[in-house]
Design a protein around this ligand. Structure first.
Ligand SMILES: [Ca+2]
Ligand SMILES: [Ca+2]
Length: 349
């Protein structure tokens, strides 16, 4: 008995884990053609998977779901959807109680066959008038089913950083989507980068796969936006994309940038060369300053010598050795002229 229960549980878990959900926009769909359940059982089957029998309210969803039941099976099969008129005959509602406004019915349906058909299903049929269209059926019939559940698309909580700017391109980087830190559900497989000009229109600038990033768990993503207008202000935003159709999440926080004014002036020169040019100008200025300082110091040294040596090397102008009233200031040293020697001897006498 116990072993039987264990085997049953394992089989249930295996069947749940084997579910294949298909994404369209913000919803996931499970197309089941093996369980064969009545309407209420099918509803419960979806609920156990956090889902509901599917709602179909657009051509887009109807066409999307039809791809999973095409080509039509050799024998007609109908898949329960979440639409019925159990409460008021002829007034079909979705399981959340809202009225059915989209017309997905086959040409001769709903017909409330034999007065007992209240639950809707989607046909897989060789009849082109029925394939991919709805029919009301007996709720107790054992049919296939389609579940639907919402999904939270991934969103980045931090905007991109600007790494480089020129007149025609901008390089931005950001950290890859991480559960808990960012919003929604993964796994994220790629990113899309958008540009917004000041007229308010967002334009897709390109995309990059997660594999292109650097790192392991949180990768550093980098993307170069090209073909920009010089001297123009742009907003830049990044969105994360899950696998499957419609897996793109909302745009994350934006960053504003202004491209360089003149593409001709800096386009060929480049930002790197500009930095080297500024460095060279600065170095030349410093060298010139040192040279000027050295020349100035040398001149001041020479002038100082001229101020201290005259009275030691020659007599003052207008000196007459015979003029005893003249007095020479300071000591006499080697190098004095003959006139000075004469003056000294006369002074001593
Ligand atoms: Ca009915
Ligand atoms: Ca019918």
């Amino acid at each position: 008995m116990f072993v039987g229960i264990v085997i049953l549980v394992l089989n249930v878990l295996r069947s749940v884990s084997a579910d294949t959900w298909h994404r369209l926009d913000d919803a996931l769909y499970l197309v089941d053609n093996t369980s064969r359940l009545n309407y209420d059982e099918a509803h419960a089957y979806c609920l156990t998977r956090g889902a509901n029998l599917t709602r179909i309210d657009s051509d887009k969803i109807q066409s999307f779901l039809t791809t999973f039941i095409s080509p039509p099976l050799t024998t007609e099969r109908c898949f329960w959807i979440g639409c019925h008129d159990r409460e008021v005959e002829g007034q079909f509602k979705w399981l959340d109680g809202t009225q059915v406004r989209y017309d997905g019915w086959a040409s001769d349906q709903p017909d409330d066959g034999r007065g007992i058909q209240d639950c809707a299903c989607l046909w897989s049929s060789q009849d082109p008038n029925r394939h991919g269209r709805w029919d009301d059926n007996t709720c107790g019939a054992r049919l296939d089913l389609i579940c639907q559940k919402g999904v939270s698309l991934p969103g980045l909580t931090s905007g991109p950083s600007v790494e480089d700017i020129s007149s025609t391109f901008v390089t931005v980087s950001w950290s890859s989507w991480i559960p808990c830190l960012d919003t929604g559900e993964g796994p994220v497989i790629s990113y899309l980068v958008y540009l917004q000009t000041m007229d308010g229109e967002w334009v897709e600038g390109g995309g990059i796969d997660l594999d292109m990033g650097e790192g392991d768990l949180q990768r550093r993503m980098e993307f170069v936006l090209t073909g920009l207008e010089p001297g123009t202000e742009y907003n830049i935003s990044v969105s994360a994309v899950r696998e499957g159709v419609g897996g793109e999440g909302p745009k994350g926080p934006l960053v504003s940038v202004m491209t360089i004014e003149s593409g001709r002036r800096f386009g060929a020169f480049g930002k790197g060369n500009l930095l080297w040019f500024l460095f060279g100008v600065s170095l030349a200025g410093n060298i010139l300053l040192v040279v000027v300082i050295m020349i100035t110091c040398r001149r001041q040294g020479k002038q100082q010598k001229k101020k201290t040596l005259p009275n030691l090397t020659r007599a003052p102008s207008g000196y007459d050795p015979k003029d005893h009233q003249y007095e020479v200031p300071g000591p006499l040293e080697t190098g004095m002229t003959t006139s000075m020697k004469v003056f000294r001897e006369q002074k001593a006498a």
